[in-house]
Structure formats: C-alpha cells, structure tokens
Design a protein around this ligand. Sequence first.
Ligand code: GLN
Length: 305
Amino acid sequence: MKSILKSIIEDSRDSTKLGQVATYIPELAKGDRDALGACIFDVNCDSILEGEYKTKFTIQSVSKVVILICALIDNGKDEVFSKVGSEPSSDPFNSLLKLEINENHKPLNPFINAGAIVCTSLVSGDNGIEKFSRIHNMMKKLANNDDIDVNYSVYNSEKLTGNTNRAIAYYLKGANIIEKDVEDILDAYFKCCSIEVVVEDVAKIASVIANNGVAPWSNERVIPEEVNRIVKAIMTTCGLYDTSGTFSVNVGIPAKSGVGGCIMAVVPNRMGIAVVGPALDKHGNSVGGVKVMEDLSRKLSLSIF
Ligand code: GLN
C-alpha cells in the first residue's frame, strides 16, 4: 500500500499546477502551492506517510466535522436538525443565497459556513471561549495529540477579513436561528478553522470515525454510535460543497474538504485518510487531494458503493 500511495502522489503532482491557493483569507495565500502529502491511518493503528506529509496547514472546514460531532453530542439530533438542514447544497460553501428562501431560514446543511456557524452556536458553553475549548478538546482527543493549537496569524487574518461569514451570522441572528452573541460565536468558529495540523492528525481523526466512533489506539468510545453514523452520512452527501455528488461518483468515500488544502476521508471499518495540497479548484477543494483520492479509491477498491 505504501508504494501505491507513493506512486499516486508522484503521478498527481502535476495536477497541483491547475489550482491556486486560497487568497480570500490573506494569510492562506502563503500556503505552498506545490505541496502534496498524505497519511493513511488504519483501524489497527498502522500508518503510512508519503509526500510532503510534514506540511503544516490550518484545518479550515474539516473542523466542521468536529463541530457537528460536538453539537450532536451536546444537543441531540432533533435539536440540531431543527436549526440546520441535512440536504446537500449546490451553492458555494460561503453562499448566503438560500438563507432567505429556505424553510425557517435554516442553512441547508452543517458543512456549509452558515450551517457550521449555527452548529458552533449550539455547542455547550456559556461563551465563545468555552465553546471553542469544547471543540478544541474534542479535536485533540480525536487526533490523539494534545499539542494541536490555533495558528494565530491565520486566525487574525480570518477575523479581520471574514465579513461574508459575519453577514451570514448576523442574518441567522436576525432569523432567530442563532440566539447568542454573534461576534462571540464567530470568534469560536474562526479559531476552529485556524487550528494547525499535519495530515497524520487528520487521518487519526478520520480513523476514529472509520472505527465507528472508537479510538483505535485506546479502544475508548469518543463518538456515540448514532452521532458517528450521522456524521458519515453528512460527509457523503455534503462533504465537498457543491461537488459532493461528483466526488461520490469518482471516489465514493465519506469525506470533508477545507480551504487550507486538506481532504479528510473515512473508509468505514478500515481506515482514515488525509491528503494535503493547498492548490485549490474553483470550488475550494484541493486539486491534488481530489486526484489522490480518486486514484487511491480506484486502485484499492475503497468506494463504499
Ligand atoms: N474558514 C473558512 C471560511 O469560513 C472555511 C471555509 C472552507 O474551508 N471551505 O471561509
């Protein structure tokens, strides 16, 4: 498997030239456009690292998976899905377009920005600091790494320029979907997106979800079974924004992407996979990451369908 991953990464390198690093958060423009690295971490704790696996990146929208896990554990399924939908969106991740016409102004799903901001507001804690700390602790536990922390340059850059997210959050407050202080919730959301990781951290998070919510290294249940099932379902239908359907056809693995260039994928009962490649397509997905996932799925027969 190691040699297959190595040759797939080498074969995919050219594809990164077709993408661009995210620039709408100025600090992300410093990402290495040519980098491509991956980690496979299986449910027996065997791991494979290839390419530029030491590349550090901010987790960005992949954190939406952990935010959803916390929101579901803290509130239950019915409460969460009374405030956010579970339908795919055909619009970009930061779109405001449907908020006005959706039933009760609910965001379509937890993996577009609007839905993730609502889920952040639902996480336990009296304020943004407590909510962030709940999500951060869950992320550390899922990655089995107490050292992961916020990249404050990215956080400050995002906070300074995140006016679309601010517009989304204030709209949701006006529609009574968000009840608490908007700036406080946004602050927690921006911090979650700015957590800095390497592919091994993300592959470990995915391995817990692949192992039905039980950490493979300790046999401790971290995610309740029902929550884990829901998260995999939403990853399958909504994980790659408005290209989730194409990704299902070509890869067929529950996954989540982020504009830091990461794709996290969960092969149920088998392994967690994380790929990083900061060059993105126009939808905000890693070009190299998608290519690596397509080839891996085909060569290792990983599609769940
Ligand atoms: N922090 C980013 C934002 O809110 C996350 C978006 C993403 O990774 N798609 O715009």
